[in-house]
Design a protein around this ligand. Structure first.
Ligand code: NAD
Length: 462
């Protein structure tokens, strides 16, 4: 591992990753490799958790392809220097800032979208001119091996290399000196990563999980609300970081909403969730057991059946859930939808302010202004009004968490910036010197400072 990192550092310091043309060439190559090996990659992920070809192409490949194409188109502009205003005390200097690569980066991926969530940060890292070591999740071992096969066989290890393995390998990696770490996974492991990064003072981006609430107000379009929530919950079978975790439904619409979501579950899965190609399985028995453990049979009003031999859980709704129930103590991450009710919106918002900040907050209402106000008041990584999940696919805006759901953001230009150090460069001509800088510091200088540079100097001088 030490040797691998040393070889990447040498490659980086030799400047091989700097030219924009080289970065574009690498991105194009990655694009073509993915395209060429799509069938092998889709077969691998199917073996991991029965994710169908159509779903894999739609949500594992389309975003990386879009990210690559967008980066190639915009890289020249993203990576160029920008003139900045210069303050008066630095007259007649000229200031610019330029995004520069960090160096050797580490990307640690999760299992739930093993290609997309590993490749998108890798694309940002390469676009910004870094070298990358990618550590995919060992849980989706077939997808991890498939990625290692295509990347390690076609790229020089000095530029990008996939290191496979679990906790032990990751722990070993985290002991090494990296110039940037990008982690996607659970809040619990995020803490471990950040602790290790602190030892080396390595900057980190943490894309973590959390419980994403959905607030359903009585004035919403009930049918469309049910349709969108049901679709969002079944996306990747609930195993998504932006999945709607649980509902807060106004008591006046609770019954019809639950009925309609139940109908939508059936419609989306063609009345046969077990055979639906849209639903991958729970990724392993551990996660199957975890989600089954969250189900209170007395509160199940839709679904509830399961089959451990296939890691299958029927899309399930639990009604009458309270904050004390086990299902409200952790991220659900499965096809289980707990429903809580509220009667007083203000009280609900006050209690939500005290919860750990989720990655996403969703509100269904016809009062858009009110919805926006709530989204601005409650902390969350991102938010949507009258939709769920889909903000993740917008590459034109930063995506990331806050507090317990993470720090830093990526996607598109935000990803490029996340993997860049923005260096300020100031150039000062020699023909002018500010005499005020030098002693003796006379009172008249203070007056000049105050009038020219502002009142903030007052405290400093007294
Ligand atoms: P995880 O934290 O268990 O694993 C993530 C990665 O960390 C894996 O590569 C794994 O090998 C490694 N890892 C696990 N334990 C470790 C340890 N003790 N020390 C060092 N490394 C370790 O997460 P997961 O189960 O793969 O993914 C699910 C979680 O990720 C959910 O909480 C989900 O919400 C979150 N997630 C967040 C985002 C986001 O964009 N914010 C996206 C996807 C998933």
């Amino acid at each position: 591992m030490k040797e691998l990192i040393a070889s990447q550092r040498k490659y980086f310091l030799a400047g091989h990753t700097r030219p924009v043309s080289e970065r574009k060439r690498n991105l194009r190559k990655l694009h073509d490799l993915l395209l060429e090996h799509e069938i092998m990659l889709t077969e691998a992920i199917y073996k991991d958790f029965r994710k169908s070809k159509m779903v894999t192409v739609e949500n594992e490949f389309s975003i990386p392809y879009g990210e690559i194409n967008s980066a190639i188109r915009r890289l020249k502009s993203w990576s160029g220097s920008r003139w900045r205003l210069t303050d008066l005390s630095n007259f007649p200097a000229r200031t610019s800032s330029v995004p520069l690569p960090y160096g050797v980066t580490l990307v640690i991926g999760p299992w739930n979208y093993p290609y997309m969530l590993s490749l998108v940060p890798v694309i940002s890292a390469l676009a910004a001119g870094n070298t990358v070591i990618l550590k995919p999740s060992e849980i989706t071992s077939n997808a991890s091996a498939a990625m290692a096969q295509i990347i390690n066989n076609h790229f020089p290890k000095e530029l990008i290399h996939v290191v496979e393995g679990g906790v032990e390998k990751t722990t070993e990696l985290l002991k090494q000196k990296f110039d940037k770490i990008f982690f996607t996974g659970s809040t619990q492991v995020g803490r471990i990563v950040m602790r290790a990064a602190a030892e080396q003072l390595t900057p980190v981006t943490l894309e973590l999980g959390g419980k994403n609430p959905v607030i359903v107000m009585p004035d919403c379009n009930l049918k469309r609300t049910a349709q969108r929530i049901a679709w969002g919950k079944l996306h990747n079978n609930g195993q998504a970081c932006v999945s709607p975790d649980h509902l807060y439904v106004h008591e006046s619409v609770r019954e019809p909403l639950i009925r309609e979501i139940g109908k939508q579950f059936m419609r989306i899965t063609n009345s046969d969730p077990r055979q639906s190609p849209l639903l991958p399985r729970m990724v392993n028995e551990r996660n199957f057991d975890r989600v089954i453990g969250l189900i209170d049979p007395d509160k199940v009003v839709v679904g509830g059946s399961s089959d451990r031999s296939e890691c299958y859980i029927e899309p399930t709704i639990m009604d009458g859930v309270t904050l004390e129930d086990p299902v409200m103590q952790e991220e659900v991450f499965g096809p289980l939808l707990p429903v809580l009710t509220y009667s007083n919106l203000e009280q609900l918002l006050e209690s939500l302010k005290l919860q750990p900040a989720p990655l996403a907050l969703y509100i269904f209402t016809s009062k858009i202004r009110k919805g926006k106000k709530i989204l601005k008041e409650l902390p969350s990584g991102g938010g949507m009004i009258n939709e769920v999940v889909m903000h993740f696919v917008n590459m034109n805006t930063p995506f990331g968490g806050i507090g317990a759901s993470g720090m830093g953001s990526y996607h598109g230009k935000a990803g490029f910036n996340d993997f860049s150090h923005h260096k300020t460069i100031m150039v000062k001509p020699m023909w002018f010197e500010l005499f005020l800088k030098y002693p003796p510091h006379r009172k008249i200088y203070l007056r000049i400072y105050r009038s020219v540079l502002g009142k903030s100097f007052r405290n400093f001088w007294h």
